[in-house]
Each structure stands twice: as structure tokens, then as C-alpha cells.
Design a protein around this ligand. Structure first.
Ligand SMILES: NC(=O)CC[C@H](N)C(=O)O
Length: 361
């Protein structure tokens, strides 16, 4: 069965349908990872987006039970050049197609993903829809242009209520779930932490009542400016505990200190993004998935210093607070399947969480 992928600027592609039969729209973004499609598509930060994979063959090692980053993928669609008809791996339990059907996510195959990615790079992230082959391009285009931005993604993917994941004798961590990838929790548990996962709108009182040794701010979908209540909570938490932020968590920490978020032209999504640590000059390869960034200029008047910059485009990739025990990175130290270069940031966070708390106000 054929279907169409239509972009809001009127470009369209015809391809083969797979996954759900539903028609869905969303911001279309490209991911350059060569592996990890299961982790990528179950990352809650893709809520409401359509992913196009630049790697041409997707689905070749199937889908397994253990590599999910969330229980139910929140993305709106998948675009591939070719979907493997013969998944093969000892851990595989279902095909990519079955996975998409199970979660009601439409897919389209046979697309010239190089051309599509070039269009997105030239124009910047655009809205797109995966629709049936008989859909009228002009109608869909106008509908996409009039669609309002989706501003409640974090609320859609955060936990509804707090829960406890008992760990070992390690520090007690409150993990604020803005749409947390499972691997953040796994990295903490692996290090013996006792973890309390709290919803994105948990109050400072609720978080501090847990008496955490540190607070971890997770990744999450959408524009960080859509969650001002979270920025305010982080601002107050800064005086009270040790903080480590990842991706959306990094953006919220920066905004809580007076930094400004801006939308990037087409974002960073992939598992091969080099990042330079400014104090040492060391470069780490990192996994990334973000469409917003904190502007370097906006940080000049804040108590944050820039610790990391992207090698490719010079955007801010990490900050540390000059006076409070708080730091954050725009990339993913928990990345699975990798790269693991930045994994020791969890050790640095936990080392700080173990330090006796100095006089915080
Ligand atoms: N992975 C994330 O946390 C992404 C943060 C934010 N939603 C962005 O796109 O920039």
C-alpha cells in the first residue's frame, strides 16, 4: 500500500506504508545514528515528532524486550529508506513493523531520506504529515501550516505520580521526570542509588521532603519555555541541593539562572556529535537529541560558566554553576547503545551528592 509524506512547504514523497494505518502529523526531524533505532524511537523526547533515519537500513536486528527507553513510544511517525524484511538477532522478539503497529505509529518506507534531510537542513525543522496516497497535497499543506504548536508534551510523557525504585547503599536521588529515558534510571541504579522518580510538576517541598542527596533533572520533549513552572522549581532547588541536568534538564537549569533558550535551525540528533570540554580541551563523542539550545550570550550575566561546546557548530553543550553544586549537559551521558565517553558524569554527580552538604540556604 502506498502513502504520502507531505511537508508544510508543499514538498511531498510517495512511499510504502508500514506500521499503523493512522494518519499523523508532527515536526519532522532527522537522526544520524547508524544503530539504536529502538532506543531512539522510544526516547520520550521525540514526543509528537516524526523521525527520519538517515541510516538507510532500519529494523535489521529487530526489536527486543530490554532496549526500550520508555514503555510506550510517543513519537508520531517514522520515515525510512528501507525497512529490513528479515530481522535477525538472538534478542529480537518482534519486527520494527510489528512494534509500530503495536503502538499505533505510522511509518513510510522507500523514501529518499538523503533528499529529505537536505530539505530539512536547508529549511530548518518543518511540520509534516504521513497520510494516505489519495490525500490532497495542498489541503494537507494548509492544514499543517495552520496547526498550533503542541505545547504540552512534557505533561504527556511525565509520570502521573511519584514512585520509589529502591536501590543499594548509594546516594538518595530524586529524579524529576520530564520524559526521562530509562537509561538515566539504570545509570543511577547501577551505581547503587536509591531513586525517587517525581512528576515534572512536583513542588520544591515535595522533592525536598524526600531528603535527597541530589536531584537529577531528566531529558524531555518540546520547548523548555513551555514549562515555566519547572524553571521556577529548579531556581529554588539550586539553594537547597546538588543538581545534575541532562538535555531538557540542562535547559531548565540554565533558564533558572537567567539563560535563554532558542530554537535551533534543525537541531542535533544522532550518536556521533563531538563535544569539547573547555577546561581540558578533551573531545568526547556524544549522543544527542535536541532542537533547542541555550544561547551563549545569554549566559554571560548568569552565575553559570560554559564548560562544553559543540565542535560542529559551537553551541553550548554544558555548564557549571560558579557557586552552587549544580551542572548540566545538553547531550546524553546515559546514551544507549552509546557512545559511552561521557558516562562518568554520573560518577561526578554522585561524588558531589555524597559530599556533606555545605551550608545551603
Ligand atoms: N532530549 C531532550 O531532552 C531535548 C530537550 C528539548 N526538548 C529540545 O529539543 O531541545
Amino acid at each position: 500500500m502506498k502513502r504520502k509524506l507531505i511537508l508544510e512547504d508543499g514538498h511531498y514523497f510517495r512511499g510504502n506504508a508500514f506500521g499503523s494505518e493512522r494518519e499523523k502529523s508532527g515536526e519532522i526531524v532527522f537522526n544520524t545514528g547508524m544503530t539504536g533505532y529502538q532506543e531512539i524511537m522510544s526516547d520520550p523526547s521525540y514526543c509528537g515528532q516524526i523521525i527520519t533515519f538517515t541510516y538507510p537500513l532500519i529494523g535489521n536486528y529487530g526489536v527486543n524486550r530490554t532496549d526500550f527507553e520508555s514503555l510506550s513510544p510517543a513519537l508520531h511517525g517514522v520515515v525510512v529508506k528501507s525497512k529490513s524484511p528479515y530481522p535477525s538477532h538472538w534478542k529480537s522478539e518482534e519486527s520494527f513493523d510489528q512494534l509500530l503497529r503495536r503502538f499505533d505509529i505510522p511509518g513510510i518506507e522507500g523514501i529518499d531520506t538523503r533528499r529529505l534531510t537536505r530539505l530539512i537542513r536547508a529549511k530548518g525543522t518543518v511540520r509534516a504529515a504521513i497520510v494516505s496516497d489519495d490525500a490532497n497535497v495542498e489541503d494537507v499543506m494548509h492544514q499543517l501550516q495552520s496547526e498550533l504548536p503542541f505545547t504540552t508534551q512534557v505533561a504527556n510523557v511525565s509520570t502521573d505520580s511519584a514512585y520509589h525504585v529502591p536501590g543499594g547503599a548509594g546516594p538518595k536521588i530524586a529524579l524529576v521526570d520530564y520524559g526521562a529515558k530509562q537509561h538515566i534510571l539504570r545509570e543511577l541504579l547501577k551505581r547503587g542509588c536509591d531513586v525517587h522518580v517525581v512528576p515534572y510538576n512536583a513542588t520544591v517541598e515535595e522533592i525536598m521532603a524526600l531528603q535527597p542527596d541530589g536531584v537529577m533533572l531528566s531529558n524531555g520533549p518540546g520547548d523548555p519555555r513551555d514549562v515555566p513552572e519547572a524553571v521556577e522549581t529548579v531556581r529554588v532547588l539550586l539553594d537547597q541541593t546538588v543538581i545534575f541536568g541532562i538535555c531538557l534538564g540542562h535547559q531548565l537549569l540554565c533558564m533558572a539562572c537567567g539563560g535563554e533558550a532558542t530554537k535551533m535551525k534543525f537541531g542535533h540528533r544522532g550518536s556521533n556529535h563531538p563535544v569539547r570540554h573547555l577546561p581540558t580541551g578533551e573531545v568526547a563523542m556524544t549522543a544527542q537529541n535536541h532542537g533547542y539550545a541555550i544561547s551563549a550570550e545569554s549566559l554571560a550575566q548568569t552565575p553559570l560558566s560554559i564548560t562544553h561546546l559543540a565542535v560542529n557548530d559551537g553551541t553550548v553543550e554544558g555548564v557549571a554553576h560558579k557557586h552552587a553544586p549544580a551542572f548540566s549537559v545538553q547531550y546524553h551521558p546515559e546514551a544507549a547503545p552509546g557512545p559511552m565517553d561521557a558516562n562518568d558524569l554520573f560518577d561526578q554527580f554522585l561524588a558531589r551528592a555524597r559530599e556533606p552538604q555545605k551550608e545551603m540556604k
